[in-house]
Design a protein around this ligand. Structure first.
Ligand SMILES: *Cc1c(COP(=O)(O)O)cnc(C)c1O
Length: 367
């Protein structure tokens, strides 16, 4: 029996993806063992932090790194670092940065909500958000002309949550930052490539440890040596309110070392989702096929079309009944408005696709 069930909480089947609201990732046995071993022992935390920084550097190709408790903390800590640097008195003043260089320039279509607000995380780090352009259109001039003697950094948010058209590219924004001698920060929280943006020349790149990395609840910042030293120093200030524990650091190290060895198990994903589809197609009005991820990643989801006329249920109704059940089943619902529900095989534990099939069939048979 799972720990959450034991605590009397509802059993969850996560078929939607890496969702913070559902616990993000379930780690491998090796990572779980590392978490346990760290939790039951002592270490010099500064030494562990520096070591973790080195592993982050090795994995990302950056000069150095800083562990965090998540990407959101990474935004706040990076912001504090570009404003206060390693000056202890300034570090202890954050988020009060009156009179300091504290402006962070962000394109308007990227100032999004990822589960909380990017702008708020910048403010926690003492940054004053300067949003430039309009929600669907930002010119290079908007960025360039927003730079003043108060500008602390330029920040780019690489995310499916952001507006994908009309924004200036990473290359353009980075060129502007470099020409003005300003740090360029990228929030790449959910991205899968841990080296790309460092290779491109970004000064600071922020990732989540619990998304693509499939590590424990954690995060990482990588980038230039001096800036990473400043990031780590923020734990004497605002970072203390977002303390990263020894367990998370050791789990993050293990996840980073495993990452290059990770296989996508494409064949296994396809086999499991084909099996699910075969079961579901016994219901009149359900059509199911295995589809590769829209962005071309090695994810093979079952795409289920619910014909409302034939089944008597809208896709939305099926979605809500599954979520309200026990176990509560969460499917991907980006296309629910056109009658499509998807099952993401990556977070599914062994055999859970059979439970999904059973519950869908039960609901649609009126049981
Ligand atoms: C998820 C996400 C975050 C926050 O990451 P956590 O690790 O959950 O703190 C920040 N920015 C973006 C764009 C995200 O998608």
């Amino acid at each position: 029996m799972g720990i959450f069930k034991e605590l009397g909480l509802r059993e969850i089947i996560n078929a939607s993806g890496k969702m913070t609201a559902l616990g993000a990732s379930a780690v491998t046995d090796d990572i779980a063992q590392a978490l346990k071993d760290a939790a039951q022992d002592y270490v010099d935390i500064d030494e562990l932090m520096e070591f973790t920084g080195k592993v982050i550097a090795e994995s990302t190709g950056a000069e150095s790194g800083c562990p965090t408790c998540g990407a959101a903390a990474g935004i706040a800590i990076s912001t504090a670092a570009v404003i206060a640097g390693e000056n202890l008195s300034l570090i202890e003043r954050i988020p009060n940065t009156a009179g300091l260089r504290n402006e962070i320039i962000v394109q308007k279509g990227q100032l999004v909500h990822f589960g909380a607000s990017i702008g708020q995380m910048i403010q926690i780090g003492g940054g004053k958000v300067v949003e430039v352009g309009q929600a669907n259109k930002v010119e290079k001039d908007h960025i360039e002309q927003a730079i003043t003697d108060k500008t602390a950094a330029l920040m780019y948010i690489k995310s499916h949550h952001a507006v994908q058209k009309g924004m200036q590219t990473i290359e353009v924004m980075m060129e502007v930052a470099q020409r003005h001698g300003l740090p360029f920060i990228i929030d790449a929280a959910a991205e899968e490539d841990f080296q790309q943006y460092i290779t491109m020349g970004a000064d600071i790149v922020i990732y989540s440890g619990g998304k693509a990395l499939e590590g424990p609840t954690s995060g990482l910042i990588c980038g230039k040596k001096e800036l990473m030293e400043a990031c780590r120093k923020q734990y004497k200030g605002v970072g203390r309110a977002m303390k990263v524990g020894k367990e998370a650091m050791v789990g993050l190290v293990t996840a980073l070392r495993q990452y290059p060895l990770k296989t996508h198990n494409a064949e296994q994903q396809i086999a499991r989702m084909t099996n699910l589809c075969n079961k579901l197609e016994s219901i009149e009005g359900l059509t199911c096929s295995v589809k590769q991820d829209e962005a071309g990643r090695a994810i093979y989801r079952a795409q289920i079309h619910v014909d409302e006329q034939k089944t008597g249920f809208s896709a939305e109704k099926v979605l809500h009944l599954l979520e309200a059940g026990n176990p509560a089943i969460y499917l991907r619902h980006h296309y629910v408005n056109v009658g499509i529900l998807s099952v993401d095989p990556r977070p599914l534990l062994e055999g859970q696709e059979d439970i999904i099939a059973r519950e869908m069939i039960r609901i649609l048979s009126g049981g």
